[in-house]
Design a protein around this ligand. Structure first.
Ligand SMILES: NC(=O)c1ccc[n+]([C@@H]2O[C@H](COP(=O)([O-])OP(=O)(O)OC[C@H]3O[C@@H](n4cnc5c(N)ncnc54)[C@H](O)[C@@H]3O)[C@@H](O)[C@H]2O)c1
Length: 323
């Protein structure tokens, strides 16, 4: 990223956030190699990028080390990879609760293998998509140095383990790591998440929207366009060895009830909402948290949208897409 025209590798490139990141990196003038096994991502998310000569897509499992190494070797002979943006993971927290192997394989081993893959290519900079899920149900504002960290989902545990193995790699070959702890991210091309789930449920039952929990779960939501802007801003402006950053809405948060009502207003205003009850949406869900982005604000970046505004914009985008 320091050089204006470098080659970047993006894992999870066909996913919701990865595909937006690919488009932004290409717009900045980078050559981009995207990897995705299409487990959760979609080739259509890369429709814009696939038209560009400076984008190469590898349909490939990151955990297939030999396959990745061989394909990358053919590609990067003349143009070495500068920064790896590692986003490939299982993004379905509930699937990881039902089967812990899912997060072991796709959330932790993908990180382990990406680090292993970086070494033979002399690639020493890693930007990693971590999550607020590493904090668990922590009281008060979550800051980057909060602890002890006790995640309550396998997903959060495997993200925390990924942060650990990245930190250890800084002792050997890795030169710099940026660790982004995302909040709930919303926007077009979503492959999952509360808004996407509600719209899908309404397609099968137009009369009633089932909402998991009591609707009072309250979390910060960030629009994907602002998330990408913040990630790129951090990589361009922070040069410590290990750089953990919370990225989130500016102190604001949105309830599930707000989202359910806004989705109905935009789609089926006469449908009724049925809450399943209980404070938690599902086992592993942290029902309420408050995120401090003070470190990011001091660096010079704050989001323009509140959490509610990000949700409203994402609903408008997804209503068109999901329909
Ligand atoms: N969306 C959010 O609210 C949110 C919040 C916190 C953290 N994150 C993290 O951000 C990253 C991107 O999430 P997203 O919301 O875009 O989810 P996503 O599911 O749309 O994207 C993840 C992509 O990784 C791919 N993938 C999974 N396992 C793979 C493997 N073994 N090899 C190759 N590709 C693989 C999937 O096919 C998918 O395209 C993930 O690491 C996720 O954990 C997302």
């Amino acid at each position: 990223m320091e050089h204006p025209l470098t080659t970047c590798l993006v894992t999870g490139a066909a996913g919701f956030i990865g595909s937006h990141l690919v488009d932004h990196l290409l717009a900045l003038g980078h050559r981009v190699v995207g990897i995705d096994n299409l487990l959760l991502g979609k080739r259509t998310n890369l429709a814009q990028a696939l038209r560009r000569p400076d984008f190469i897509f590898l349909e490939q499992d990151v955990n297939d080390f030999d396959g990745c190494r061989q394909k990358l070797r053919e590609l990067v002979t003349d143009k070495p990879i500068d920064t790896v943006w590692h986003l490939a993971a299982n993004s379905d927290i509930r699937a990881g609760t039902a089967d812990p192997e899912v997060d072991l394989r796709h959330t932790f081993l993908t990180t382990f293998n990406v680090l292993k893959l970086m070494q033979p290519f002399g690639c020493r900079k890693l930007a990693f998509a971590s999550s607020s899920a590493i904090y668990g149900p922590h009281p008060g504002d979550l800051t980057e140095d909060a602890g002890p960290l006790q995640p309550i989902s396998n997903y959060g545990a495997m993200k925390l383990a990924s942060e650990g193995v990245i930190s250890a790699a800084l002792e050997t070959f890795l030169e710099r790591a940026w660790i982004f702890r995302f909040p709930n991210v919303v926007g077009s091309r979503a492959t999952h998440g509360v808004i996407y789930d509600f719209l899908k449920k309404l397609q099968t039952n137009a009369g009633e929207l089932e909402v998991l929990g009591d609707g009072r779960q309250e979390k910060p939501y960030l629009h994907v366009s602002e998330l990408i802007e913040a990630m790129i801003f951090i990589v361009q402006n922070v040069k410590e060895k290990l750089n953990p950053f919370n990225i989130g809405a500016d102190g604001s948060a949105t309830t599930v009830r707000y989202i359910a009502e806004a989705v109905l207003r935009a789609t089926l205003p006469h449908a009724r909402i049925r809450y399943t009850g209980g404070a938690q949406g599902w086992p592993g869900d942290v029902p309420k948290f408050s995120y401090s982005i003070e470190k990011l604000r001091r660096l010079g970046w704050t989001p323009k949208l509140t959490s509610d505004q990000a949700v409203d914009r994402a609903i408008a985008e997804l209503v068109k897409e999901v329909a």
